[in-house]
Design a protein around this ligand. Sequence first.
Ligand code: N01
Length: 531
Amino acid sequence: MTQYFDAVVIGAGFSGIYMTYKLRKEGFSVKTFEKAAGVGGVWNVARYPGARCDSDSFYYNFMFSEDLYKKWSWSKRFAGQDEILSYLNFAADELDVKKYMQFNTEVKSAVWVEEHAVWHITTGNGEEFTATYLISGVGCLSTSSIPNFKGIENFQGESYHTGEWPNTTVDFRDKRVGVIGTGSSGVQSIPVIAESAKEVYVFQRTPQYSVPARNRSFTKEEVDQFKDEFHSARSVMLTSPSGLPIPKPTKSVVETPEEERNEILEMAWEKGGMILNNAFNDITTDEKSNELISEFLRNKIRANINKPEVAAHLLPYYYYATKRPILDTNYHDTYNQEHVMLVNLQQEPIEGITTNGIQTKEQEYPLDIIIFATGYDAMTGTLLKIDIRGREGLSLRNKWKSGKKVETYLGLGLAGFPNFFMITGPQSPSVLTNVPTAIEQHVEWISDCLKYMRDHHVKTIEPTEGAEREWSMKCQEIADNTLFTKTASWYTGSNIDGKSQDFLIYLGGLDNYRQICNEVSQQDYRGYAFE
Ligand code: N01
């Protein structure tokens, strides 16, 4: 017999854990499906060497509960993957949600059944469920992407994608290792791999700006201080555009006198973390401002690399921060080591993968291990792996198919898909904020919406097409007034062949977004249709 739940949640990362807890607390029955063997989402699978979060650990956690917050003590300024995974297990146990979760279960399809106003959900295990509400907590970066290199299947050595790292130790000793990709994953893993590998070849298509993380262990006094400052930090997080306890920047780069600007930049560089890219208000909107910061960062690279001919290949040229800002630990210094070689793919593109290694236009690089740090089919990729069908059989794959604009309402809902909600969906602030803060806002909004529906005997809720179009245009308009759309990145979908080129993140800031969502619910869910 098909089991019924009020809500089915997909994914047991930050989103799924909090959503499950909230729904149970409000008295809804819930089943949460997770493909992996446990909670953690991306932190359960991106176990590559050096994997670490680049939001300060005491803010990269749940903050809806002071009690929960104070029970956990982070060991370092930026927590590693293993510590974050332990934290998420701790949080799921404290909130007692694992009993509502079914692991090792991939949701394959979800079909809206008009007659009964329920979602019919099928899993990879062949089980079937029905639910009034379907809630996606699949994450923004959970579908790995490996480019379609010619001959990839012929490679005789080991190969790994950073986002699907095995749960065992990969031994780099005496190995020739090739890393393709220099985004956050490549930049974090390359210095760690270089510690033990015999030779490391970095296949770089786009050189990257990077700021030192300046990671370090916390003292007991610092840990206590974070806990004491819970309320003051949280109140800034709830009103800042980034969701971090960093107030809205007020200074323009170009309008700040050179001496003062350099002082601010040097201070931000020394403190490390995301301070630098949050120090001014026009880094991603004004070309001159952006160039001043970009050149500051290029000069740091020039100063860091012993060989000017290598430094020349490492100098980025795109607008700083229009790809995801990167924090590193000894990334650029790594190129000063004799056994670390940079291969500039702008000069010698990859032609294919051979049995023996990587073949570029210039030569074959023999390798024992290839690491694909080549990123993700972000924002939409994971949802599109599930066959989701709304009213009259409307398929999400068709709604968002290549060549069509991706449209959502608030990044939360979709016209034609009743009672379907997305946590950090496309066109919400998500990845351009501190993600757990964005997740908490969405989970609370969705939970309030379901309570409203229950209290008002509403059977279905669904965005109108007009509201969806308006929101999507608004997101694109905001993005078009920035430098973000001038750079090819996973924000724009350009890293995936054939994907439509839309800017998939709301850039108006989490503070404004929160206010808009609150107005929508206060105005009886403006932009939604009820039945
Ligand atoms: O992936 P990416 P990532 N040939 O897409 C290159 C989050 N994250 O896994 O720039 C050769 O950023 C590609 O080159 P180019 C974070 O939000 C967070 O590193 O397209 N190269 C690029 O260098 C991050 O932004 C953390 O020219 C190819 C790289 O592969 C997001 O995840 C840690 C290629 C992909 O970089 C994704 O980061 C890790 C090809 N055909 C991840 N195709 C932290 O919290 C792609 N590339 C610290």
